[in-house]
Design a protein around this ligand. Structure first.
Ligand code: PGA
Length: 249
């Protein structure tokens, strides 16, 4: 899955070296970042004109905190590639004015020309970024209270459950839907239900990933376990098999 995702990112960068990438954190995109770092080391990719916007950040964690998304991105990706630091954007978890910061973040995305490719994971509750169940499908970047299930899911990264932040700043579903292309990645059995609900269920704010059904260019990349609850799996395989021979459009 990670190699397939890296190929898609490479294709975007080859077509548009100054592409704007939307970045995600969590366990899911780790393999993708490792693969992109490898491609960069082999001089197959150049990030010198790339701009990035991350989806979200915990409120209250300084950038140096080992579980902050700033730290995650620096450790797993940014310090290994040549993206100019001034082109990197990650929501602030420590601003003194969240409303003003969120407006500024949306404005920066617009000024950069919009996001060309947004990388997404999915929460076990069907969230994208930290758009928890019930989030408006036209929401914009804002402060969000995390669902208890998300706090439980993310507690594995912290010493104590009490240390997991309760609030986050996150791009909205509406912000994400404006990306020109979206790559949704998922691995593992515990994502199978959320993936099936997002891809085959009704569009509903209870599964914010389902809003991607309204997006004109979203690709879903899964491992076998994450795909295991899809009802139409045979059809998707058939489409993949037949695609190379389809009339060229
Ligand atoms: P994970 O998180 O990649 O760590 O499973 C995904 C998400 O919550 O969006």
């Amino acid at each position: 899955m990670s190699i397939a995702a890296a190929r898609e990112v490479a294709q975007v960068l080859n077509a548009k070296p100054n592409a704007v990438l939307g970045m995600a954190t969590g366990s899911t995109p780790l393999g993708l970042y490792q693969e992109l770092v490898r491609m960069y080391a082999r001089r197959e990719l150049d990030f010198s004109h790339v701009t990035t916007f991350n989806l979200d950040e915990y409120v209250g964690l300084p950038v140096s905190h080992p579980q902050s998304y700033h730290h995650f991105m620096h450790e797993h990706f940014f310090r290994h590639v040549n993206i100019p630091p001034q082109n990197v954007h990650i929501p602030s978890g420590t601003t003194t004015n969240y409303a003003a910061f969120c407006d500024w973040y949306e404005q920066r995305i617009r000024e950069a020309g919009g996001i060309d490719l947004q990388i997404l994971g999915i929460g076990s509750d069907g969230h994208i970024a930290f758009n928890e169940p019930g989030s408006s499908l036209s929401s914009r970047t804002r402060l969000k209270t995390l669902a208890k299930s998300t706090i439980d899911d993310n507690a594995r990264f912290f010493k104590e459950r009490d240390e997991v932040p309760i609030y986050a700043i996150t791009m909205g579903v509406g912000t994400i839907l404006e990306a020109r292309r979206v790559l949704l990645l998922a691995t593992g059995k515990n994502k199978a239900g959320a993936v099936a609900a997002a891809v085959e269920g009704p569009v509903a704010s209870m599964i914010t990933a389902s809003a991607l059904q309204m997006h004109p260019n979203t690709q879903v990349l899964l491992d076998e376990e994450a795909a295991s609850s899809l009802k139409m799996r045979d059809y998707y395989d058939w489409v993949q098999e037949k695609k190379p021979n389809a009339p060229k459009v």
